[in-house]
Design a binder for this molecule. Structure first.
Ligand code: ASP
Length: 441
């Protein structure tokens, strides 16, 4: 497999993983075998990626900011980033709402299917835990997210993968303070973070060597633990609406790349494809982040001054795929359970889905938690929430995989757009994973 491009190797791993999973589903004891002997390989891979996320964010953000010659540049990048993120998210939600209102996937669901799905999932741990988590998140005030963004202990923040925004806050604070004390005094610290940054990027390369095998394990496990195919089929129209909407988002990004970045969209896609494939396999933008950063910086040519800020922030707050899904899912549930939504309700969905996608964690299944908040915002009866979630639970995992691809593609596209707009898009400079292997072997 040596000469194949990485994305082909990953793709082959994925296809073989799916096939292997299908075979094992039909072999007695196959699922247990996959769970005991195959799944751990995938879990180790995801853990390795998460392991380097915090050091990577810190090192690259501090390097990125301290490379800036003045702070106003950072303000410029920051404002553009947030504005474009909000813009793309609103477009995603609008696409979702338009599609679901035209296709009306919820109208075709029979009483029988609703009954079956409710019996299977409404009281399951999965659905109940999403509702409980949503209640916990909702009980806080409107400015709580700002309070949550500021850590009271830097080390504690760095030791918690869920506190990504706190880590980003600390790194920006440190980077700006380094700029303010002047180049000479900050140099030792800057050199330290520069070097840490190089080392962590090499760790990404090394981890990626195992990616084709890891996606095999991840997908084989998804297949053996997937739901009853009949139920999946009943939800085909709903799932199809979400997937079609996500596909339109890809088209939208490609238009942005071609019009504003003036690059061939297919070239762009091929450069970031390993990150997209990992997003699909892991269902986690946070786990994919190190690879997204490496691809965007080394293979697309975005300067670290831009990518180091835009990508980690995007992984946490920009989730176009998730917000599109929330819009479709909320209206689908309302249609299926004959709950009328007014035009004002639909506008409420745009607003809450936007806020919810900012608040969603970049981990598998997070979008479903926030969906509860979106549903409650339009006055969906609390006693029917569990039934509503039960309706979409069976297809949540495959849709999660697809929406995570869009979340990651959105972040990569926006970072390229911002880089282009501030003159920070250069030539790609891919590195070889074994640059200095001969010297040390
Ligand atoms: N899994 C998604 C992500 O990590 C979030 C979600 O939609 O559940 O981007």
């Amino acid at each position: 497999m040596k000469k194949l491009a990485l994305h082909w190797k990953i793709l082959i791993g994925m296809v073989l993983g799916i096939l292997f999973g299908l075979i094992m589903t039909n072999v007695s004891g196959g699922s247990t075998f996959v769970g005991n002997w195959i799944k751990p390989l995938g879990s180790i891979f995801v853990k390795l990626l998460k392991l380097i996320a915090v050091p990577l964010i810190i090192a690259s953000l501090i390097k990125g900011i301290s490379d800036l010659k003045d702070i106003s540049k950072f303000k410029n990048i920051g404002l553009r980033t947030i504005a474009i993120y909000v813009g793309t998210t609103v477009i995603a939600i609008t696409i979702g709402l338009l599609l679901v209102n035209v296709v009306k996937p919820g109208d075709g669901i029979s009483e029988e299917t609703i009954q079956k799905l409710t019996e299977t999932y409404a009281n399951s741990g999965g659905v109940q835990s999403k509702i409980a988590e949503a209640t916990r998140q909702k009980s806080s005030g409107p400015l709580q997210f700002l309070v949550d963004m500021v850590p009271d202990n830097a080390i504690a923040a760095m030791s918690n993968n869920k506190a990504m925004l706190q880590v980003i806050f600390f790194a920006i604070f440190l980077g700006i303070s380094m700029l303010l004390i002047g180049e000479k005094k900050s140099e030792p610290l800057k050199n330290f973070f520069d070097s840490l940054n190089e080392v962590v990027l090499k760790m990404v390369d090394l981890i990626m060597l195992s990616a084709p095998y890891a996606v095999f394990a991840l997908l084989a496990n998804v297949v053996v633990s997937s739901n009853d195919p009949d139920l999946l089929l009943a939800l085909l129209k709903y799932g199809g609406t979400v997937v079609f909407g996500l596909f339109l988002m890809i088209v939208f990004y490609m238009i942005l790349v071609s019009v504003f970045v003036k690059k061939n969209p297919l070239w762009f896609l091929s450069k970031i494809s390993p990150a997209q494939l990992l997003a699909f396999s892991t269902s986690s933008s946070a786990a994919t982040l190190p690879v997204t950063m490496e691809r965007v910086e080394e293979h697309v040519g975005v300067d670290k001054e831009v990518s180091s800020f835009v990508l980690p922030v995007g992984a946490t707050i920009n989730m176009d795929g998730t917000s599109l899904y929330q819009a479709v899912a909320a209206v689908f549930i309302a249609q299926a359970l004959s709950f009328d939504l007014t035009f004002a309700d639909q506008l409420t969905i745009i607003l809450t889905a936007l806020l919810a996608s900012i608040g969603s964690a970049a981990v598998p299944g997070a979008g479903m938690v926030m969906l509860v908040i979106v549903l409650e915002a339009v006055g969906f009866p609390a006693d029917k929430l569990a039934i509503g979630l039960a309706l979409i639970f069976a297809v949540d995992r495959p849709l999660d995989m697809c929406r995570t691809v869009i979340n990651v593609t959105g972040d990569a596209t926006v970072s390229t757009l911002v880089a282009k707009s501030v003159g920070k898009l250069g030539d790609p400079k891919p590195k070889n994973w074994d640059d200095h292997y001969d010297e040390v072997k």
